[in-house]
Design a protein around this ligand. Structure first.
Ligand code: TRP
Length: 336
């Protein structure tokens, strides 16, 4: 049986943090053994929010590639590529844009939430909402279908975008004949990783992210300020580990003594400082191999460039095939 295609994407707007790792990239690494995997560095999509700061996107493309390779994305198994270097994606977006109404895009729950956030930032006049932003779900449908993405590993917040893609595919096939396949979501089990500050989500904009490239000093500061049971004042007060972010991270990273740790905590036999120090140590051990690989790729930038060039070349060939089929279907394949 032929391997199914997996397609996923990530915006280059900063470095990878533990939320990305446990919520997404760890799964991509596991999936690449079983599927024909494409990972897109979605710089065009990143520009929809950062068109006035292209330097940030540019810098982030290489850093993100390094972080992805460091967590185990294997260029022998995964086609890692840069979105803007595949003009076919932009071309498909143009044809798909006829198949989506503006009202439908405005109703897309993910877009709706983002518009609300933008209005809070830019005021209520909607001046912050560009045509490019409103249309990014269409472009994302092009990302997926250009590579015949059958399974799309995403978080829950991305489900409306996938549904939008499926609608575009159905409409396309209805009008122009069966050409594209409908992708399915591949939901990861760890949907959302909490922040050390107790926030439901770890995120760059929330200021609570622990980056994979953080050094020990930075990790120490972040862990030492983590939210613990507020009722525990003194070192030997009994506490509830279930509401402690240090405990949450012990579990996330993995701790062989977690049961002892919890029972000591409940009995008031363990202080938070000790617990935090152990977490720092565990986290550093966990990050060690990743740090080593980050360092390796930072010292070998031409290797990273070659991986991206080769991945992009391979991805482009696939996108060209799709483009050909699409033009045939619409009957705009002149002189062929
Ligand atoms: N929108 C996704 C995000 O912000 C990134 C993305 C771009 C993507 N293209 C994609 C995800 C295609 C899945 C499939 O996280």
């Amino acid at each position: 049986m032929e391997k199914k295609n997996i397609l996923t994407g990530i915006r280059p707007t900063g470095r990878l943090h533990l939320g990305h790792y446990f919520g997404a990239t760890r799964n991509w690494v596991a999936l690449q053994d079983k599927y024909n995997t494409y990972v897109e560095i979605a710089d065009v999509q990143a520009l929809t929010d950062n068109f006035d700061n292209p330097e940030k996107v540019r810098k982030s493309v290489k850093e993100l590639a390094i972080d992805l390779l460091a967590v185990g994305i294997d260029p022998e198994k995964t086609t890692l590529f840069i979105q803007s270097m595949i003009p076919e994606i932009a071309e498909l977006t143009v044809y798909y844009s006829n198949l989506v109404t503006i009202a439908r895009l405005e109703r897309n729950p993910t877009v709706k939430t983002e518009i609300k956030q933008k209005k809070e930032l830019f005021g209520n006049n909607g001046e912050g909402i560009t045509y490019g932003f409103l249309g990014y779900p269409v472009s994302q449908a092009a990302d997926i279908t250009a590579f015949n993405g059958q399974l799309v590993p995403v978080g829950e917040d991305q489900l409306p975008l996938l549904e939008q893609c499926r609608e575009i595919v159905r409409k396309f096939n209805n009008i122009y004949g069966e050409t594209l396949s409908e992708p399915e979501a591949y939901l990861s089990e760890n949907k959302r990783i909490k922040g050390l500050d107790g926030n439901d989500k770890m995120g760059k904009s929330l200021g609570n992210a622990i980056y994979l490239c953080d050094d020990e000093e930075t990790i120490r500061k972040k862990v030492m300020s983590a939210v613990t049971d507020p009722n525990k004042i003194k070192k030997d007060d009994p506490a509830n580990p279930d509401i402690c972010m240090v405990n949450y991270y012990h579990k996330l990273i993995g701790n062989d003594n977690i049961e002892t740790l919890c029972s000591e905590c409940k009995k008031g036999e363990r202080g938070c400082v000790q617990c935090k120090k152990e977490l720092i140590e565990n986290m550093m051990n966990f990050l060690k191999p990743i740090h080593e690989k980050i360092k390796y790729y930072e010292n070998n930038p031409e290797e990273v460039d070659n991986i991206l060039k080769n991945g992009t070349k391979k991805a482009k060939e696939k996108a060209e095939e799709t483009m050909k089929k699409v033009k045939e279907a619409i009957n705009i394949n002149y002189f062929e």
